[in-house]
Design a protein around this ligand. Structure first.
Ligand code: PMP
Length: 415
């Protein structure tokens, strides 16, 4: 018996594990067709845009490495130096073990970069959302969030126990309606949105959302995970680009995309931010960021701030790919941005398309329902400032060769 089949039969008799049965079935389906996008191994990383996968040279278009800084020589040097000086890890939380001076330095760097009072570092962006939202939204509070918000935002709401109300994605009028219904509670409601949405690559109408928030006197948290380094004159994100930063109470972000590392942060002008540190279980009860990562992030943050040329290159490549895909007959899910998503009808069609693209030499993300906002599977491409025009041309050629598969998936869905 195959291991998945034996897992299934074990599950059958055991009620505790029954809930894992749909996962086991989905895993078995992937095994049977011999395609496992969630087990892809990068055998070697050659650069921010190239890896060896299945023994083959592959162009990476699914990394979130938006500014291509993972091999930046200065960031590597800072990380190496700090690794030698301070060791491999902090081995505990800042509350218990104490902070490294470097943690506080990076917090001050982020605060200065955003021009605000303070910053708290978290060990990941996921934990930043958990920490901030659970501290702001306790059982008697209400959090009003965009329906397409990331899982970490939903999980942060759960951890705090607030009532959760969703408004229609990127729809300030619907947000307004939900706040109106809350009557006097709207004044203490926490609104949560993202800057650039990670799945479809669409941008929030943040200035309009800020205007709604200000009418009700609510609190606004913006997760700029995917927009940090990409939007705004100095890369602070969509709020900077739409000139509405003063209306944002808390900005959350991650080191794991444009900053090329792992970690999270929250910045704010509000005095209360420091108290969140003491009210946030995901800050208190987990090990603090690794010093070499903090050191490399201090460097990449500087490069990000001065990275106008990187943003220009990133958008040039995004434009090139977006226009090229449109010309081939594909329908990207949103306007031009560094995230380009293409819906492919049918799970099997999407798996096959993704697999053929990988075999042709390009790696992107395959996202399957229920993780997709539209309910259809999607191919998610994220671009990097480190991509060159030739790489994008090569990817477009692969999409051209695979167009019949896409057309067939569209046709079978509408039949
Ligand atoms: N927020 C958003 C919008 C994200 O997309 C992600 C990760 N993809 C996170 C937060 C979590 O970031 P991290 O990888 O640093 O945990």
């Amino acid at each position: 018996m195959s291991s998945t089949a034996s897992t299934l039969s074990n599950l059958h008799h055991d009620s505790l594990y029954d809930k894992l049965r749909p996962i086991a079935e989905a895993r078995m389906m992937l095994k049977q067709i011999g395609i496992d996008p969630f087990g892809t191994a990068m055998e070697n990383i050659l650069s921010p845009t190239e890896a060896i996968i299945n023994g083959q040279h592959t162009i990476l278009v699914g990394t979130n490495n938006y500014l291509g800084l993972t091999f930046d020589a200065d960031a590597l040097a800072a990380a190496h130096e700090t690794l030698d000086a301070l060791g491999t890890g902090t081995t505990g939380s800042r509350m218990a073990n104490g902070s490294f001076t470097l943690h506080r330095r990076l917090e001050m760097d982020f605060a200065a970069f955003y021009g605000v009072r303070d910053c708290i570092l978290f060990s990941t962006g996921y934990l930043a959302n958990l920490g901030v939202l659970s501290a702001l939204g306790s059982a008697q509070d209400v959090i009003v969030l965009d329906a397409d918000c990331h899982a970490s935002i939903y999980d942060g709401c759960k951890l705090g126990g607030a009532e959760v109300i969703r408004f229609r994605h990127n729809d300030p009028e619907d947000l307004d309606k939900r706040l109106r219904r809350l009557k006097s509670r709207a004044r203490n409601a926490v609104i949560v949105v993202e800057g650039l949405y990670s799945m479809l690559g669409d941008v929030a109408p943040l200035a309009e959302i800020v205007a709604v928030k200000q009418r009700y006197g609510s609190c606004l948290v913006v997760d700029e995970a995917h927009s940090l380094g990409i939007y705004g004159a100095t890369g602070r994100g969509v709020a900077q680009a739409q000139q509405c930063e003063d209306g944002v109470d808390f900005t959350v972000g991650t080191f794991s995309k444009s900053l090329g590392a792992t970690g999270g942060f929250c910045v704010s002008q509000r005095e209360e931010l420091d108290l969140i540190r003491y009210a946030s279980r995901p800050y208190i009860f987990t090990a603090s960021p690794v010093p070499s990562v903090v050191a490399s992030t201090r460097v990449t943050l500087q490069k990000l701030a001065a990275g106008k040329h990187l943003r220009a290159n990133l958008f040039a490549r995004a434009e090139q790919l977006h226009q090229g895909l449109l010309a081939l007959g594909y329908q990207p899910a949103a306007d031009v941005s560094p995230v380009i998503a293409i819906n492919i009808k049918g799970r099997l069609n999407a798996l096959n398309f993704w697999n053929k693209l990988l075999a042709a030499g390009a790696y992107c993300n395959l996202v399957l329902p229920p993780a997709t906002p539209s309910g259809d599977p999607l191919l998610r491409i994220s671009l990097s400032a480190a991509h060159n025009a030739e790489q994008i041309d090569a990817v477009l050629q692969m999409f051209a060769d695979l167009y019949p598969d896409y057309a067939q998936a569209c046709a079978s869905a509408s039949a």
